[in-house]
Design a protein around this ligand. Structure first.
Ligand SMILES: [Zn+2]
Ligand SMILES: [Zn+2]
Length: 488
């Protein structure tokens, strides 16, 4: 059966199209009329039910596939943005079929820390423009995102309409009837709140539209952990002090703004802990807050060190000062971690793939990407080779020390191929691995964490891997994957 529904406007919710349709035809029996669409009385505002069938019924007028309908005219791209790809695809399939309840449960909307808006919202300027151009207005997706206070087209505050999100009756609320155009927009008094609320709206809208950001690591929780450690919330080399991070995050956004965007978080809130470990499904608004907070911290921390790149991926932006390693000009040190010194001061620790490991806290005057080495802890093969070459030429350890700015013990170690006191021998590592595989004992596990970290964490990850939506294993942000699918 073909349905003669009006064509959706860009960014319009499917719900809004149906509301306009029923406002045009003014049915006498509301429930009977609703049931002609898909046999049900009520319709979802944020999502859609039976998108595949709806797309088929409107093929002649809308020309959209079911998947396009879900990705362009529902809020799934926002609410599902941080699911792993398989869970996201399952949700899309549920919305394409009639099984929308399961998908809504997966999306974690019922998060107790975030209150969804009670009324449908609109921008007075958008509504006025729509009335001038089309003679009617509609519900835009961007205005209904939880936590968003601004219209990103006009940067004015959104207003509550008279249409409740969960009304006691099953009549649909048509935007043209429920938006009071000309009403005065309320304003945020605090200019700091204003700036942050704009940032939240901007980030949420770009998540909805699938715009790429710097938080695209396959495992977002891990990327948050790295960023948090870099800006000084690391405890030792593996843990994150989530309590102190939560305290700073809450004071960064302020209680008044958080309550306006419907967030009730405390320093003990579980979502602020879970988000770093990828457990469960977190509300996308919490992701937005954590991202903006970490970005601000990273920017401040990097500005102090005169780095050029401030986009949160700046761990890649340090050159290797090891001139013997023959790195190419655009090579960057793969691993740089911010650490705290004994007296509370901060410094960076870098470990390059050439084997050179060093600490630094400033960069060179003429090259902001080149660190000034404060202390080297490992030298790597390239430097050892150079030491041996120079010793063969001069025959004097003292001369090598002078030439290469190394101390006597370091040169001797390189010449004799011995390790320093902290480096375990290959045999020791092999026997620890063997012992752990046989006994799984706690002591060998901890010894491996100290001496052969990558291997043991790799093993643990493999053991912990479970086929559920808890495993944060993403290759491509799902919304983008679907966007490509749209095009194809
Ligand atoms: Zn607007
Ligand atoms: Zn290097």
């Amino acid at each position: 059966m073909t349905l003669c529904l009006p064509r959706p406007y860009p960014d319009e919710l499917v719900y809004s199209v149906l509301a306009r349709y029923f406002a045009y035809i003014q049915p006498t029996g509301v429930i009977g009329a609703h049931m002609t669409i898909d046999g049900r009385r009520r319709f979802s505002i944020k999502f859609v039910r039976g998108a595949a069938r709806l797309a088929e019924q409107t093929r002649l007028t809308w020309g959209l596939s079911g998947q396009q309908l879900v990705s362009r005219h529902t809020l799934l791209p926002f609410y599902g943005a941080f699911l792993d790809p398989d869970a996201y695809l399952r949700c899309t399939e549920d919305f394409l079929s009639d099984n929308s309840h399961t998908a809504v449960a997966t999306l974690g909307i019922n998060n107790s820390s975030v209150t969804e808006p009670t009324y449908l919202r609109f921008c007075a300027l958008c509504a006025q423009e729509d009335l001038d151009v089309h003679g009617e207005t509609f519900w835009r997706r961007q205005h209904q995102i939880c936590g968003t206070l601004f219209c990103t087209r006009h940067w004015v505050l959104l207003q509550n309409s008279a249409a409740a999100v969960s009304p006691p009756h099953s009549r649909l609320s048509d935007a043209s009837q429920y938006c009071r155009v000309g009403a005065q927009a309320s304003s945020l008094v605090d200019s700091g709140d204003n700036r942050l609320a704009r940032l939240i709206a901007e980030r949420s809208a770009s998540i909805l539209n699938g715009t790429l950001s710097s938080w695209l690591h396959a495992d977002t929780g891990f990327q948050y952990q790295r960023a948090a450690a870099e800006v000084g919330y690391g405890v030792g080399s593996t843990k994150i002090n989530t309590k102190s991070l939560a305290r700073d995050l809450l004071s960064y956004f302020g209680a008044s703004l958080l309550s306006k965007i419907g967030c009730s978080l405390s320093i003990n809130s579980a979502p602020l802990r879970h988000i770093f470990h990828g457990c469960g499904t977190n509300h996308p608004l919490i992701h937005v807050l954590v991202q903006l907070f970490l970005e601000a911290k990273l920017e401040a921390s990097r500005a102090r060190l005169k780095s050029q790149a401030l986009d949160g991926s700046s761990r890649q932006d340090w050159k290797c000062p090891n001139i013997f390693a023959r790195h190419s000009a655009d090579f960057r040190v793969p691993e740089v971690i911010l650490r705290r010194g004994d007296k509370g001061g901060q410094y960076f620790y870098a470990r390059c793939s050439c084997g050179f490991a060093f600490s630094f806290s400033t960069s060179q005057e003429d090259d902001p990407n080149m660190p000034v080495v404060a202390r080297a802890s490992r030298y790597g093969k390239a430097i050892e080779r150079e030491v041996r070459r120079m010793y063969a030429a001069s025959g004097s350890i003292q001369a090598v020390c002078r030439e290469m700015h190394l101390n006597y013990r370091a040169v001797k170690r390189s010449l004799h191929g011995s390790k320093n006191a902290f480096e375990p021998s290959v045999d020791k590592v092999q026997s620890l691995r063997k012992k752990w595989l046989e006994t799984r004992s706690r002591s060998s596990y901890q010894a491996l964490l100290r001496n052969d970290r990558e291997w043991i964490l790799g093993r643990r990850k493999r053991l912990n891997r479970r086929p559920s939506n808890r495993s944060p294993c993403r290759q491509v942000r799902p919304s983008n994957r679907l966007r490509h699918a749209d095009v194809a």
